[in-house]
Unconditional design. Structure first.
Length: 208
């Protein structure tokens, strides 16, 4: 997350959607009282203790709303980037398996086995994206949603809205593992479509 009181914006960082490249483009515009929370490239924590104790940068709208008034949040331009749920899940599996040599023997089997574990499905990287972006009524609560598939174009829109100089996206936090080709298993795709049903419904992606 990035919270800018100087420019009145909030960036909600959905995992595995190019968030570190977006952060890099936005960071130079931050004022001294603005803050960022992330833990991948050096720990940076919020000055708000309730948020700092979360320990990672993927703070949801509802988590923020619990410590700031809804009116305060509503007066800011808030944005996030999302990704096709199945493509994102494949990227997540490759990322989480980066230190597991067995993954490369059969990436699809590794992903299926991991998905069967409740603890794996509860990880913030795996959870449906809209859980970070909705209010307590289940409605999308942020101002603008960009897409990973059109990231440069949508970043240009965001930077223009923030009155920040244009920036070319850099590739950051790239996963080098081969992504599992899950579309070879229709049954598993159906399970994932069910798990990510709210993402498909609220974000407008087509199911595979």
């Amino acid at each position: 997350m990035i919270f800018s009181s100087s420019k009145k914006f909030i960036f909600f960082a959905v995992p595995k959607t190019g968030t570190h490249a977006v952060r890099e483009a936005i960071r130079p515009s931050l004022g001294k009282d603005d803050w960022e929370q992330q833990a991948l490239t050096g720990v940076m924590l919020s000055p708000v203790p309730q948020l700092a104790k979360i320990g990672h940068g993927h703070i949801s709208y509802q988590q923020l709303a619990e410590v700031l008034t809804n009116e305060h949040i509503g007066s800011y331009f808030s944005f996030a980037v999302v990704r096709h749920p199945i493509d994102r899940f494949m990227s997540v599996c490759a990322f989480l398996a980066r230190t597991d040599p067995s993954y490369n023997d059969n990436p699809v089997a590794w992903s299926q086995s991991a998905f069967q574990r409740a603890r794996f499905r509860e990880r913030i990287l795996v959870r449906p994206q809209v859980e970070m972006l909705t209010d307590d009524t289940g409605d999308i609560a942020i101002s603008f949603i960009g897409r990973y598939e059109t990231l440069q174009e949508d970043l240009n829109h965001i930077l223009q809205r923030l009155d920040v100089p244009a920036a070319e996206l850099a590739r950051r936090n790239v996963t080098h593992n081969q992504k599992p080709i899950l579309r070879t298993d229709p049954g598993f795709i159906r399970d994932l479509n069910d798990f990510y049903a709210d993402d498909f419904r609220l974000l407008g992606y087509s199911q595979n």
